[in-house]
Design a protein around this ligand. Structure first.
Ligand code: PRX
Length: 657
C-alpha cells in the first residue's frame, strides 16, 4: 500500500467509531441470534445447561446451580465427568486422525499430534505418574515453557484426577518454591531448557534452585527439550520424561471419574499482598464454561485451526490453548518462541503456514506489531483468518483498528475479551456474530453474566461516569475458593459489595470501568495494588518485598506507570539505608533482586532513589502521586502531604532533569 493510500485509510478508520460484524462471518457463526441475551436472562441459571451440553458426562448432574452456602457456589452438582476424556477420548472415533496440537519450535522444527497420538502419550504419561506415586487429588506442579509435553502433562493429571499447578517458566526459582510449598506439591514436571531468540536457555538449573527452597521431599520429571545443546545431569529423585513414557508404551489408563466440583487445577496469581493466591478451578463448571466461550466467542469449530499466542503458564493458555479448544475437538496451535525471531513476521508466517482461522493475542503484542510496521504482515497471505481476539489489558482504539485492518483485512470481527484468572473464562465482550464493535470498549457482558459498573455504594453509575465492575450473579467458570484459604477468598472478592444480611453476594474483580448508553463496558484498569505489565499481572507488594530484600535497601514503593508498548511498566521508588550510595550498581542489584525473586517480567523500568517517599499525615504512601510522577503528569495539590518538599525532588529525578 502506498503512503497516501495508507494515510487515507488511517484517516477513515480514525473517524469510524463502530464496526459491524462482517456478513460473511455472521452467516457461519456458531452464535448469531441476538435472542440469546434474552433467553439466558429469562432462563437463568438453567441457561447454563447449554454450556454443560457441550461436554460428555458420565453421570448427568442433578442441579445446575446450588447456592445454599453463598458465595461457595456449586455448579452441575451430582454430575460426573473427566476433563481428559472430554478433551481426547470422545474425539477418537470422529477425529482421531485430525490434529489436536500443532506445535512449532522457535528454530522452526514442528511437531504435530493427532487426537489419537495425544491420547496415546497422555495415557502413557498418566500411567507413569501413577507409578511414581501420584494419587487422586495430589497437586502436580509444572514449570515448563511452551512445549507439547506441558499440555500432555496437564491432561495426564486430569486423567488421574490429580490437580495441576502450572508455574510460568519465566518466573524465578523463588516463585516456584513458594508455589510448591503453598500447594504442598510433591511432584514437579519440568524440562532442561528451551529456546529464546535462537539461544538454548538453561531452565533446569532454575528449577533445581527452586526445588532447593521446597520444604518437603519431591520427585521431578525432566523433559529433554534441548538434546545435545545442553547437557544436564539428573539428580537422584529426577527421572527423564522420554524414558518414563517409553517404559509405559501402550499403557491405557481409564479416566478417573471426577465430581463436577472436584478440583481440576490451581493457578497462582498476584493480589494485594505479597503472597500469591492459589485460585481453585473445578472440573464441571470450568470445562463447561471454557468450552462454551470458545464456541460462542472464539467461534471455534472442530475443523478450524485455532491459535492463541498466550503462554500456557497463564490462565489464558489453560482456558484457550488447552481446555476449551481441545474439548471442542479443534486444532490448537502452540508456538514456543518470540514473535520477532528470526524476523518480525514470525507470527504471520505461522498464520500462513497452518492456515490459522482464529488468532487470539494480547494488546501488547499488537502494539509491537504496529510499531514494527504493516510490511511484515503484508509479506504473508492471512486470508485464512476469520476472527481476531484480544485479552489481558485494555486495547487502545488505534491498536484495535490497526489489528482489524492490517491483520483482519477489515473482514474479521475483533473480540476484546475482559476476564481474569479468577473468572476462568471470558465475561465481557461482544459476541462476534451479533454485536456491533466499538474499538477500545470490551462490550456488553456475555449472555447470562450479570456485570455492572457501580459507584462506591454499589449503585449503578450513569453512562460515561467512571465506576467499578461488579458481577452480581455466579457463573459456572468462577473460582470456587483460594486454595486452603476460604477466609481470604471471602475477603478479597466478596467483602466490598456484598450484603450478607440481605444474602446478596456480589463479586468484586477490582477493576475500574465506564459504561455507555448501549451497555458497553470500557475497562479502565485495576483499582487495587496490582499492575498489568504486557498483560501479566503483578502485585506491587511482591515487587516491593523483592526490592527490600536487596542488601542496602530500607524502603520501596512500586507503582505502574504508562508504557507505550507494555501498557504499564514497573517504577520503583527506593530509599537506601545509611551508608549505601545511589549508583548504577545499586540500581542493577535491585533489578537483579526483582528478577531473582519474581522473574524478568517484573523488572523495573526505572529505579528512582529518594531520601523519602511522599506520605500523608497518617503515614500512608501516596501511590497515586508516584504514579502521576512516573507518567509525567501535572500534580494536584500536594499540601496535605507530611513532606511536600520531596515531590519536586523526585519529579526531577524521574524526568532526568
Ligand atoms: O485488569 C483486568 C485485565 O487483566 C486483569 C486480569 O489479569 P489475569 O488474572 O492475569 O488474567 C488475564 C487474562 C484473562 C483484569 O482484572 N484485563 C483482562 N482482560 C482485559 C483486561 N483489561 C482490559 N481489557 C481486557 N480485555
Amino acid at each position: 500500500m502506498s503512503d497516501s493510500e495508507d494515510s487515507q485509510l488511517e484517516a477513515r478508520l480514525a473517524e469510524q467509531e463502530v464496526f459491524e460484524p462482517p456478513e460473511s462471518f455472521v452467516e457461519q457463526a456458531n452464535v448469531s441470534d441476538p435472542a440469546i441475551y434474552e433467553e439466558f436472562e429469562d432462563d437463568w441459571p438453567a441457561c447454563w445447561e447449554r454450556a454443560a451440553d457441550l461436554l460428555d458426562w458420565e453421570t448427568e448432574y442433578d442441579e445446575v446451580l446450588v447456592d445454599d452456602d453463598e458465595p461457595f457456589y456449586e455448579w452441575f452438582t451430582g454430575g460426573e465427568l473427566n476433563a481428559s476424556a472430554n478433551c481426547l477420548d470422545r474425539h477418537l472415533d470422529s477425529r482421531g486422525d485430525e490434529l489436536a496440537i500443532q506445535w512449532e519450535g522457535e528454530l522452526g522444527e514442528t511437531r504435530a499430534y493427532t487426537y489419537e497420538e495425544l491420547h496415546r502419550e497422555v495415557n502413557e504419561f498418566a500411567a507413569a505418574l501413577r507409578d511414581l506415586g501420584v494419587e487422586e487429588d495430589d497437586v502436580v506442579t509444572m514449570y515448563m515453557p511452551m512445549i507439547p509435553e506441558l499440555p500432555v502433562a496437564m491432561l495426564a493429571c486430569a486423567r488421574i484426577g490429580a490437580p495441576h499447578s502450572v508455574v510460568f517458566a519465566g518466573f524465578s526459582a523463588d516463585a516456584l518454591a513458594t508455589r510448591m510449598n503453598s500447594a504442598e506439591s510433591e511432584y514437579l514436571v519440568t524440562c532442561d531448557g528451551y529456546y529464546r531468540r535462537g539461544d538454548g536457555l538453561d531452565h533446569l538449573s532454575k528449577a533445581n534452585e527452586g526445588l532447593g527452597g521446597v520444604d518437603h521431599e519431591t520427585t521431578t520429571v525432566v523433559v529433554d527439550r534441548l538434546g545435545d545443546e545442553l547437557e544436564h545431569e539428573l539428580g537422584a529423585d529426577q527421572i527423564d520424561y522420554d524414558e518414563l513414557v517409553a517404559d509405559h508404551e501402550g499403557a491405557a489408563v481409564e479416566p478417573v471419574t471426577r465430581d463436577a466440583e472436584d478440583m481440576l487445577f490451581l493457578m497462582y496469581t498476584s493480589g494485594t499482598t505479597g503472597q500469591p493466591k492459589g485460585v481453585k478451578h473445578t472440573t464441571g463448571g470450568y470445562l463447561s464454561y471454557v468450552s462454551w466461550t470458545s464456541h460462542a466467542v472464539l467461534d471455534v469449530k472442530p475443523e478450524d485451526t485455532y491459535w492463541c499466542s498466550a503462554d500456557i503458564g497463564w490462565i489464558t493458555g489453560h482456558s484457550y490453548i488447552v481446555y476449551g479448544p481441545l474439548a471442542l475437538g479443534t486444532t490448537s496451535v502452540m508456538y514456543e518462541g518470540t514473535p520477532d525471531y528470526p524476523d518480525k513476521d514470525r507470527m504471520w508466517d505461522i498464520v500462513e503456514s497452518y492456515g490459522v482461522n482464529q488468532l487470539y493475542t494480547a494488546p501488547t503484542a499488537i502494539r509491537a506489531f504496529m510499531k514494527w510496521g504493516s510490511e511484515y504482515p503484508e509479506q504473508h497471505d492471512l486470508s485464512s483468518l476469520r476472527l481476531l481476539g484480544t485479552v489481558g489489558e485494555p486495547i487502545n482504539p488505534k491498536a484495535w483498528k490497526w489489528y482489524y485492518k492490517h491483520i483482519g483485512d477489515e473482514s474479521c470481527p475483533v473480540v476484546d475479551t475482559w476476564w481474569q484468572t479468577e473468572t476462568g473464562g471470558m465475561m465481557i465482550t461482544t459476541l462476534p456474530g451479533i454485536g456491533t464493535m466499538k474499538p477500545g470498549t470490551a462490550g456488553p457482558p456475555l449472555p447470562g453474566i450479570d456485570a455492572q459498573v457501580v459507584d462506591t455504594e454499589g449503585a449503578e453509575v450513569e453512562p460515561g461516569e467512571a465506576g467499578y465492575v461488579t458481577v452480581n450473579k455466579p457463573w459456572p467458570g468462577m473460582l470456587r475458593t483460594l486454595y486452603k484459604n476460604d477466609e481470604r477468598f471471602l475477603e478479597e472478592y466478596w467483602q466490598e459489595y456484598s450484603d450478607e444480611g440481605e444474602d446478596e453476594w456480589v463479586y468484586f474483580p477490582e477493576d475500574g470501568a465506564k459504561i455507555d448508553d448501549d451497555g458497553y463496558i470500557t475497562i479502565l484498569g485495576r483499582v487495587d495494588d496490582v499492575i498489568n505489565v504486557s498483560g501479566h499481572r503483578l502485585g506491587t507488594m511482591e515487587v516491593e518485598s523483592a526490592i527490600v530484600g536487596v542488601e542496602g535497601v530500607a524502603e520501596a514503593a512500586v507503582v505502574g506507570g504508562d508504557h507505550d508498548l507494555k501498557g504499564e511498566a514497573v517504577y520503583a521508588y527506593v530509599i537506601l539505608e545509611d551508608g549505601y550510595e545511589e549508583s548504577e550498581e545499586m540500581s542493577d542489584r535491585i533489578i537483579e533482586g526483582v528478577e531473582d525473586a519474581i522473574g524478568p517480567i517484573a523488572r523495573p523500568e526505572q529505579v528512582i532513589f529518594t531520601p523519602e517517599l511522599p506520605k500523608t499525615r497518617s503515614g500512608k504512601i501516596m501511590r497515586r502521586l508516584l504514579e502521576d510522577i512516573a507518567n509525567g503528569e501535572e500534580l494536584g495539590n500536594t499540601s496535605t502531604l507530611r513532606n511536600p518538599e520531596i515531590v519536586e525532588d523526585i519529579e526531577r529525578k524521574v524526568s532526568g532533569d
